[in-house]
Design a protein around this ligand. Structure first.
Ligand code: HEM
Length: 132
């Protein structure tokens, strides 16, 4: 990884669209494959195609790249859009664990992974919508 500078976006540091796509694909593959993510998988619809495409589009803009999600779907309103799905601390933690694992698998440098995990934690924690 190149050194992060103030002028570079996370999207540039990570390596652009194909890297964001790799990370999202690995994330949903792990969700599909790994027994430890069964609860998280169960909170999703039968097919993950929609989530796969939308998380890619969202992260593109969220990392400072093309704002694909907003162009296609408008304001993310993520908490509101997650209301149909029951999210407690276990689902939150499985989401974060799967994402940490996916980022490691696709070879994202540690400093960048830690930076992203801090932000993912904030967002995932804010998404909780049921008591444990
Ligand atoms: C905390 C645990 C989380 C759970 C259990 C969860 C679950 C889900 C589910 C079930 C969907 C709907 C998939 C579909 O309709 O096919 C979804 C969509 C989505 N999730 Fe999550 N999610 C979580 C956290 C996050 C986080 C942290 C982010 C962003 C960093 C995120 C970003 C998105 C986006 C962008 C969509 C598409 C929304 C839409 O346009 O409807 N999610 N998520």
């Amino acid at each position: 990884m190149e050194a992060m500078t103030d002028t570079q976006t996370l999207y540039e540091v990570i390596g652009g669209a194909s890297r964001v796509r790799d990370m999202v694909d690995r994330f949903y593959d792990l969700m599909e494959l790994e027994p430890e993510f069964a609860l998280l998988r169960a909170a999703h619809p039968p097919t993950l195609d929609n989530a796969r495409e939308r998380l890619f589009m969202f992260l593109s803009g969220w990392m400072g790249g093309p704002d694909l999600y907003v162009e296609a779907h408008g304001h993310p309103r993520l908490r509101m859009r997650h209301m149909p799905f029951a999210i407690g601390t276990q689902e939150r933690d499985q989401w974060l664990r799967a994402m940490a694992w996916a980022m490691e698998d696709v070879g994202i440098a540690e400093a960048l992974r830690l930076r992203l995990m801090e932000s993912f934690y904030q967002t995932a924690d804010w998404m909780r919508n049921k008591p444990d």
